[in-house]
Design a protein around this ligand. Structure first.
Ligand code: GLN
Ligand code: ZN
Length: 764
């Protein structure tokens, strides 16, 4: 028999119970015991509901109150010194590591977070040094295995593997120079041995050991470490399912196939092409192959026929007993259940499959491959065939106007009329900005009043007209404030936007929105990505009204504000039937029209934010060029349709440019703003070294904290920036939007920023 499995389940709870309980605990409204009770219910519901779908291998141990990597660090005693000895309970130490703590005389910042591979999920980066003292503070795998068992479900526990744990971590500040976390492997393995021995003693037959680093190019150098680790662990552990996801194994397969593990999981959603190689490599072993044919990353119904055809290749080669049908990755990246959506049309609902529905999918596919004649299985197979056919039919009805426009894009469409040097002169006259122009990234504080007004509009307690009046007043406040303190290039403050992607999605054709499809971004922060379901087009202007209103209030230039095509794509659930490139170009054309309309309406500077361009980079370097080509082309397409006098801006929320530098230059934005306040001047040296030619506004202070940067502090930053960058290229701005800040610190910080720029004008 072919069996079925799920690699991990969303943690939020069908009604956001976990998010609510965690936040209530932070606010001191419930006790640690209440929190444990609330989460126990959700875990139990997940285990039983996945099992009830007919899944053979139900995961446990991957549940988390904040982040599974953080859980692992806490369990293995990888706790940086700054969190120790503060008199906090273990639970509070854990949350302090995740989100910092500023209360009762304790003041510690959060640990660094990083994106989990190419997803929008962030994990808390473990910090290692020679002094790291691994020990098992608690055995979450065993505890949750027992907890599930008591609830009537025998699970397959999930554990983050030792090599990925070390590789995903970083050397702590007090580590010796040159220290590499992977050097700790010999010290770490005994603790894993204890964990796995206990798990076996508790009765676990299998354990899912996640080693996602195996899909990275860098794993090519880790053969020795993987061999040592798994040779030591396999004899004491339950049967190990070595689990990889998000990309392909490539040459790493050469050594992976020789590891003494009982099973191997591969992602066939992202990398179906690897199946034959993998089958060939493990054919003459006893390794069980887990096939990730049901996507853990999207929300589309799986095409059973296609999945069965693919999986049959493995079944034919190694037999039913050695094949497991699985989700491609944990379902952490999908919403809990379609049952919570009441507003989708019947047609739309039939296209999708969320976590719980995906659990049922793996079970049905496995049953079909096992030759089941069960009436329910046959009915599910038949129903899937009909749904997929309907979706395919819908997909075949494309928007010809958009398709033709994309097909007709020429290289000329991507280029501004004149080179930057010429544009710069024209813009200088037209915009008449002073030296070291001051500006902001776009949003101003999204106050409680703004959120309440939006909620009231949603509930019908405010009419559209009343809401517009309210937003107009907000815009006016923001404009007057900027004039008062003397900023040079103004913004309207984005009060009308619920979210920088959703706001645009709602005004474009081709998107569908959900009510409850929450996906974890980090900690208790969840996002509800829009879904692209059809060709994208712009029925009419999206931002022109607000930008021109804002411009009408002032003599100073107003900067239009848009979210870029690649970011809209990366922060949505994309279609699976056409390429990301096509979707990105369609978005780019819609934005291009918006940019042109803004210019016509008298707006002279437009910012197209692309904070997600880097996170969309493929995991394998061999795939980078293709991605960067269409990603950069999309940005250029959206911004190049204007005259020389229009100043284009773009913004990036990170400072990691080293390896994609030529692409940043190729964007050819007149001005870019980047996060620089936390990254020292190393970043600017990169720009200098590559001879970046356009204007640049490295953030002069960190907006992620309420702290107000002093006047002198900003001057010092400008000084060190000007040591590196030519004065004619420097803009002065904070390092991101101000929507999460309060007015008090915003006001004080921006006044200091303007003063520092004025000082610089006098000195340079
Ligand atoms: N313009 C957006 C803002 O200011 C940019 C946000 C972002 O880059 N994430 O909020
Ligand atoms: Zn930003």
């Amino acid at each position: 028999m072919v069996s079925s499995s799920v690699l991990g389940f969303p943690r939020i709870g069908a009604n956001r119970e976990v998010k609510k309980a965690v936040e209530a605990y932070w606010a001191g409204k419930i006790s640690a015991d209440d929190l444990t009770k609330a989460t126990a219910e959700v875990k139990k519901a997940s285990w039983t509901s996945v099992k009830d779908q007919g899944v053979d291998f139900v995961p446990s141990g991957e549940f988390s109150l904040y982040d599974h990597v953080l859980d692992h660090s806490a369990a293995f005693n990888v706790i940086p010194k700054r969190y120790v000895g503060l008199g906090l309970s273990p639970l509070d130490v854990y949350f302090a590591m995740g989100r910092g703590r500023q209360a009762d005389g304790v003041d510690v910042p959060a640990s660094e977070m990083k994106k989990w591979f190419d997803s929008n999920y962030h994990f808390v980066v473990p910090e290692f040094s020679d002094e790291t003292d691994f020990k098992l503070n608690f055995n979450k795998a065993v505890e949750e295995f027992k907890e599930a068992k008591a609830a009537g479900v025998t699970t397959r526990p999930v554990v983050l593997g030792p090599i990925s744990f070390l590789i995903l971590g970083k050397a702590s500040k007090d580590a010796k120079p040159g220290f590499q976390p992977i050097s700790l492997l010999p010290k770490l393995l005994p603790v894993y041995k204890t964990l796995l021995t206990d798990l076996k003693a508790a009765g676990a037959e299998w354990v899912q050991v996640d080693e996602p680093v195996l899909v990275l190019d860098s794993a090519a150098t880790l053969e020795k470490e993987f061999t040592t680790a798994y040779t030591e662990l396999a004899p004491v552990a339950p049967k190990i399912l070595l689990t990889t996801y998000f990309s392909r194994l490539d040459s790493n397969l050469n050594y992976i196939a020789k590891l003494p593990v009982a099973g191997l999981h591969i992602d066939l959603d992202r990398a179906p092409g690897q199946l034959e190689e993998v089958v060939a490599a493990i054919k003459n072993t006893t390794i069980v192959l887990s096939l990730g044919v049901v996507s853990g990353r999207n929300i589309w119904k799986t095409d059973f026929a296609a999945a069965i055809k693919l999986a049959q290749v493995a079944v034919d080669a190694i037999g039913q007993e050695r094949v497991i049908i699985a989700t491609s990755s944990s379902l952490l990246h999908t919403p809990v259940t379609l049952a919570s959506e009441t507003k989708l049309t019947a047609e739309q609902r039939d296209w999708f499959s969320f976590a719980l529905e995906k659990a049922s999918e793996v079970a049905v596919i496995a049953a079909v491959l096992s030759g089941s004649q069960d009436a329910k299985v046959t009915a599910a197979l038949e129903a899937n065939k009909i749904s997929i056919a309907k979706r395919r039919e819908f997909e075949s009805t494309s928007d010809d106007t958009v398709r033709k426009r994309v097909a007709a894009i020429t290289p000329d469409d991507l280029e501004r009329r004149s080179p930057f040097a010429v544009r710069k002169e024209v813009q200088a006259k037209h915009l008449n900005l002073p030296k070291f122009p001051t500006t902001t990234i776009g949003s101003f504080p999204q106050t409680k009043e703004i959120r309440q007004a939006r909620a009231k509009l949603g509930k019908g307690e405010l009419s559209a007209e009343q809401y517009e009046d309210f937003i107009k007043k907000e815009v006016e406040t923001v404009v007057r404030f900027q004039e008062k303190i003397g900023l040079d290039l103004l913004v309207h403050g984005e009060p009308e936007r619920n979210d920088m992607v959703q706001y645009f999605g709602e005004q474009l054709h081709g998107f569908v929105f959900t009510q409850n499809a929450w996906v974890q971004s980090y900690g208790s922060r969840y996002v509800r990505p829009p879904i692209i379901v059809a060709d994208v087009s712009r029925p009419g202007p999206m931002t022109v009204k607000w930008s021109s209103y804002a411009q009408s209030l002032t003599q100073k230039p107003m900067k239009g504000m848009l979210t870029g095509p690649v970011t809209i794509l990366n922060w949505s659930f994309p279609r699976a039937d056409v390429s990301r490139e096509l979707q990105s170009k369609q978005l780019a054309l819609a934005l291009r029209d918006e940019v042109i309309d803004l210019e016509k309406a008298g707006i002279n500077a437009i910012q197209v934010d692309e904070p997600a361009i880097r996170e969309g980079l493929p995991l394998r370097r061999a795939d980078w060029d293709a991605y960067l080509k269409w990603a950069v082309d999309s940005f250029k397409l959206s911004t190049a349709g204007v005259t020389d006098q229009l100043q284009t801006h773009s913004h990036f929320c990170y400072s990691d440019f080293d390896d994609i530098f030529p692409s940043i230059q190729r964007l050819d934005a007149d001005v870019i703003s980047i996060e620089a306040s936390k990254s020292d001047m190393k970043l600017l040296n990169t720009f200098k070294q590559y001879g970046y030619s356009n204007q640049i506004g490295p953030g002069v202070y960190d907006i992620h904290s309420p702290r107000v940067p002093g006047d002198q502090e900003i001057k010092d930053r400008l000084k060190s920036m000007l040591d590196i960058l030519p004065d004619s290229l420097l803009f002065v701005n904070p390092d991101c939007g101000l929507k999460t800040r309060g007015w008090k610190e915003t006001e004080a910080s921006l006044i200091n920023l303007v003063n520092a720029a004025r000082w610089a004008r006098g000195v340079y």
